[in-house]
Structure formats: C-alpha cells, structure tokens
Design a protein around this ligand. Structure first.
Ligand code: PGA
Length: 246
C-alpha cells in the first residue's frame, strides 16, 4: 500500500449553513476527485456536511469519552454526527488553548477508540526555524503527539509551520522536503506501516503553489485553511493533487 493522497480543508471558525453551497459547487466540479477529499468544518456543520456524502472531520475532540466538560466535544460525538476524521494539535489549538503534545496524544487515542482518523498537526514557530531547531521540534512533536496505536489507516500527519499558516508565506521546497523526509523516516522506524501514513503539508497552500508542493517527495496531500473556503480555490488544489505523480 502507498500513502493515500488526501486534500483536506480546514474551515476553522468560518462558515454557516449557507457555506455548504461551496461544497455543492466543489462536488459538481469534481464528481470523481481522483484523491481523497475531506472537509473539517465547524462542529455546527458536521452533520449537514456529512449528509452531502463528503468525508467530514472535526477540528478538535476531548480526550475523555464523556463527562462534565462544558463546550467540549467527545470523539464519539463527532463520529455520531457523521465525522470520519478529526484534526488534532493544530497550532491554533496549541497556541490559543495551550495544548501540549501529551494532550494531543491523549486526544488521538480517544479519536482512534471512537473509530476516527486523527489528523495530527506538527510545526515549528518562526523563532524555532530561525534558531535552526526545526528538525528537533518536529521530531519531538512527532514522537510525543502520535500515539503507539497509530496506523496508516487511522492516522494522518500534517506538517504546518506556524509562520506559514494564513500568512501567504511558505517554506522553500527543500525545507518542506527535509521535514517530510524526517517524518517519513521516524514513522517508518516506529510503526510497521509507517511508510504508508499519509503526510500532508499545510500553510498558505493556494492554487498557484499546490502542484509544486505536491511534487515534493513524501508530500501526500495538503491541509488547506483559507483556500478551502471557496470551491474556486479548493477545486484547483484538489485537481493538482489528483494529477500529481507521487
Ligand atoms: P492556511 O491554513 O491554508 O490558511 O494557511 C492552514 C491550516 O491552518 O490548516
């Protein structure tokens, strides 16, 4: 098995029921997308999104299965609403909510127990890159955020440099290649099917840079924020992934 190609949209805290028209447009333009397609809308839209027959993900889940956690969502509840995936450890969660690698790992275990695919995000800050710490940071986050129960079927890993998210800036192709090679090596060394785990790049992926990014070794797809909100932007990214050779 080779890693599956995945185009994943992260709508973050954007979108209402009216936004689902964009999904109708996307599916009309790409009835057979040629790669796996996933949209992670706000929790309020998961049920309606999943009802359209598109793979749907949450953007976070609690590590516990249920209980007194006002405002949180359990993995099984995401699944019950129609989700198949959940993004975990996004840098906005790590920054806004102080999430640690240990918490991300606990959430990933909860996601797996509920039958969800965990899309686990890693990424260095600009200060860490400037201090030449990127590979150490990514290796550390990978080791601590990805649980021992991870398989190629239940886990996707996304490299999202914090400084590239929503900024219009992207790493060089060599910088992306270096990090993806490291993630592939570490996963392959640790897990029997680590060579088959899909590895996504995320951070200012746009129609104009998608094909170039998808040509980088060990980039199996993208986690797309801003450009996933409009079918006219996300569609060409999906098409570029489907057309990519790797
Ligand atoms: P961006 O966000 O595509 O808007 O940079 C990516 C992400 O945060 O997943």
């Amino acid at each position: 098995m080779a890693p599956r190609k995945l185009a994943a949209g992260n709508w973050k805290m954007n979108g209402t029921l009216a936004s689902l028209a964009e999904v109708d447009r996307l599916l009309a333009d790409h009835p057979q997308p040629g790669c796996d397609l996933l949209i992670c809308p706000p929790a309020t839209l998961i049920h309606a999104m999943a009802a359209k027959g598109i793979a749907t993900g949450g953007q976070d889940c609690h590590a516990n299965a249920s209980g007194a956690h006002t405002g949180d969502i359990a993995a099984a509840q995401l699944r019950d609403a129609g989700a198949s995936h959940v993004i975990l450890g996004h840098s906005e969660r790590r920054t806004d909510h102080g999430e640690t690698d240990d918490q991300v790992r606990a959430k990933a275990i909860a996601a797996h127990e509920a039958g969800l695919v965990a899309v686990i995000c890693l990424g260095e800050t600009e200060a860490q890159r400037d201090a030449d710490q990127t590979l150490d940071v990514i290796a550390g986050q990978l080791a601590a955020s990805v649980p021992d129960c991870a398989t190629a079927a239940n886990t996707v890993v996304a490299y999202e440099p914090v400084w590239a998210i929503g900024t219009g800036r992207t790493p060089t192709n060599d910088q992306i290649a270096e990090v993806h090679a490291l993630m592939r090596d570490r996963l392959a060394a640790r897990f029997a099917d680590g060579a088959d785990v899909s590895l996504l790049y995320g951070g200012s992926v746009k129609p104009g840079n998608a094909a170039e990014i998808f040509a980088i070794p060990h980039v199996d797809g993208a986690l797309v924020g801003g450009a996933s909100l409009k079918a006219g932007d996300f569609g060409p990214i999906v098409a570029a992934l489907a057309a990519s050779g790797g």
